[in-house]
Design a protein around this ligand. Sequence first.
Ligand code: CA
Length: 189
Amino acid sequence: MKQQGQGTLQREVEEEVQAVKGNAKAFYTHITGIPYPDGLSPALETVADKLGGGKNWQVTSSGNQPGGEPEKAIDGDAGSNWHTPWDTSTKENRHPHTLGIDFGRVISVSGLKLTGRTSGVNGRIKDFVIWTRAEGVAWKQVKKGDLPDIAEPQTVRFSGRVSTRHLRIESLSSHHGDFTSLAEVNVIY
Ligand SMILES: [Ca+2]
């Protein structure tokens, strides 16, 4: 395990706590239709999070190799991944590649945690762009950047919180080949 300072570890724990709370609040609003009231008990927050946490997301992609379906990028298993077609002889199978997620409701997001594939290296994302879109408005670019050629989860922060129902990750290039692979996408609330 990589050594890291106590400050970094504490920040990561705080991020996870905020993620759980944010998910619970969004789900409460989703099922009741009213804003989350301050002071709801921590136990109820936890229950709401378990009921709502990411299970209703719809995921699509620009294409995939059989066995590398886009759902593999949100299945909670770092050992499975979305992978674009191995056959790159046609233009539509080559970069850019996109993965789209419909959260099913508007959520407030401050960034993403992206996990590269652990089995092999082909398709690990290098340059990327992230887009969001709320209902009835155009796609908005919220991040442009690049990822290192490693499998460990990478935190990608937006410049501020974004309310969005849809997310699109556009892979512009890879460290290995004209493919894109992605093991897991997590939202940072
Ligand atoms: Ca996975």
